[in-house]
Design a protein around this ligand. Structure first.
Ligand SMILES: [Zn+2]
Length: 198
């Protein structure tokens, strides 16, 4: 695939049809480290990262994860862009988070519900970006961006809280507001408008 750099140079990207996330640890690592589909333009030295729709395989190659570029978020949410996939992520940070959740063998729906409660406690939930980061012993850690410039906030949630929500998922899945954002394919708390809890 040919991608144009801003300087006019044309870069050639080699993108396989099926990117199997489980078959390649190298692929997972490159996504997490931010090197996936990244090239340095030989002409101007800038970093080039194509914003294109991609498909990944998981669940032993049976299920498809659709990747939608951040620039097409509103088109997708407005129903103007269709994609055949069991799950969808929008933009690279959500792809990184998806891989981390998958590596930790966690349930994305339960993770998004925890994010909902965490965001409700912040001052300006609509200006905060929140991502699952890691599973450490008896805790799950989440990173918050946008609290203060150039600062990452860290939230630690007991694993027991996650397990409680996971167990309660069948009931929560039919309830407002969870119904609106944990219904696949796009399982994401960003689908609901949030306000600080009084
Ligand atoms: Zn260039």
């Amino acid at each position: 695939m040919k991608i144009n750099c801003y300087c006019g140079e044309i870069l050639d990207f080699d993108i396989p049809d099926a990117l199997d996330l489980e078959a390649s640890e190298e692929l997972q690592d490159s996504i997490i480290q931010g090197n996936f589909l990244v090239k340095i333009c030989p002409a101007c030295g800038k970093v080039v990262k194509p914003e294109i729709t991609l498909s990944f395989l998981y669940n032993q190659g049976i299920s498809k994860l659709g990747f939608i570029p951040e620039l097409e978020r509103s088109a997708f949410l407005a129903g103007e862009k269709e994609i055949q996939a069991s799950e969808v992520v929008i933009g690279y940070p959500e792809l990184v988070e998806w891989v981390r959740i998958h590596q930790a063998s966690l349930d994305r729906k339960a993770i998004e519900i925890i994010k909902y409660y965490l965001l409700k406690k912040t001052e300006n939930p609509d200006r905060i970006s929140l991502f699952f980061n890691s599973s450490e012993g008896e805790h799950l850690t989440f990173h918050l961006y946008g609290l203060k410039p150039a600062e990452i906030g860290v939230s630690r949630i007991p694993l027991a809280t996650y397990q409680k929500i996971l167990k309660d998922l069948p009931r929560l899945a039919n309830q407002e507001p969870f119904f609106y954002f944990i219904t696949p394919p796009y399982v994401s708390v960003t689908r609901v408008a949030l306000e600080k809890e009084e």
